[in-house]
Design a protein around this ligand. Structure first.
Ligand code: FPP
Ligand code: MG
Length: 296
């Protein structure tokens, strides 16, 4: 069924009528398709569900194209990013094509669905703007960080689950709550993998978030546990390419103070809240389990 979503996405981009854009889009790696899988699980395998899943995956793909330009990232899902191979201008414009085509397709849905998805994209953009701003200086504010994660990642997953529920007449509020908590937990796991995994597994450089200025939960928790002197050492490493010894120092500090463990516990709490929201739906509960156990 995920193949049907991928085919629909390709067909939508081909319908734009500019073969170069469709060709470039065809070279992108699809990723985990978490949002599409959720929609198909919640709404069933109808034509409308495939279209909705394709719309949301196109928006997600657009946001990653723009994000890689903003982050100046050279790798995405293990292959060179579009900004790396074609330049930032092409990456931005391909993102705009995907994003506007998705919105055009969105107009065929009920206005409650269209508004849920459109509002999510506004929040997504606010979240990315916050992320960029927060990356300029070391951030130790956990609540602010979690709010940004919710906007940047949680909101679109929340919108996917909620709009799928609306589409098939299920409880929109419960599914939105599930999607929101799943989305934030998903991003926390992403942040943990950046620290505990390696480039070959991740498909992008490891320990790179802090280089990009992102003070993810393990860094915030590590900072809290350190004394004044070590806090200064940590904040001095923010936004710079740390050498191997400095990377080891950060990793061992996180081990000693249980910073990664604490971040994992936060993701687990959110996952439990998501599970409670959709009580009894074993398929959606299984998504939570595999998300918590994922290694890439
Ligand atoms: C990845 O974060 C970025 C996002 C999940 C959202 C990006 C959103 C925008 C660029 C807003 C514009 C939206 C549209 C639809 C045009 P990350 O950099 O922390 O993760 P990464 O390591 O996967 O890059
Ligand atoms: Mg990025």
């Amino acid at each position: 069924m995920i193949d049907a979503v991928a085919q629909r996405m390709q067909a939508m981009v081909e319908a734009v009528g500019y073969p170069q854009a469709a060709e470039l889009f065809g070279t992108l790696s699809g990723g985990k398709r978490l949002r599409a899988r959720l929609i198909m699980m919640i709404a069933g395998e109808s034509e409308a569900a495939v279209t909705l899943a394709a719309v949301i995956e196109l928006i997600h793909a657009a946001s990653l194209l723009h994000d890689d330009v903003i982050d100046e990232a050279l790798l995405r899902r293990g292959v060179p990013s579009v900004n790396a191979t074609e330049g930032s201008k092409q990456a931005v414009m391909l993102g705009d094509i995907l994003y506007s085509k998705a919105f055009s397709e969105l107009t065929q849905f009920d206005s409650a669905i269209a508004k849920t998805v459109a509002d999510a994209v506004t929040s997504l953009s606010v979240g990315e703007m916050m992320d960029v701003k927060m990356s300029e200086a070391f951030n130790e504010d956990e609540a602010r960080y979690l709010e940004m994660l919710y906007l940047k990642t949680g909101v679109l997953i929340e919108a996917a689950a909620k709009s799928a529920a609306i589409l098939c007449g299920k409880d929109a509020h419960a599914h939105a709550l599930y999607g929101k908590n799943l989305g934030i937990a998903f991003q926390i796991i992403d942040d943990i993998l950046d620290i505990v995994s390696d480039e070959a597994t991740l498909g992008k450089p490891a320990m790179n978030d802090f280089v990009e200025g992102k003070c993810t939960l393990p860094y915030i928790y590590l900072y809290r546990a350190l004394d004044k002197e070590d806090r200064a050492v940590l904040t001095a490493l923010h936004g710079v390419h740390a050498n191997a010894e400095q990377v080891r120092w950060m990793r061992s500090g996180m081990e000693t103070h249980g910073s990664v463990k604490a971040a994992y516990a936060m993701a687990q709490r959110l996952s439990d809240e998501a599970r409670a929201a959709i009580e009894g739906d074993t398929a959606l509960a299984a998504v939570l389990d595999s998300m918590m156990q994922r290694t890439f």
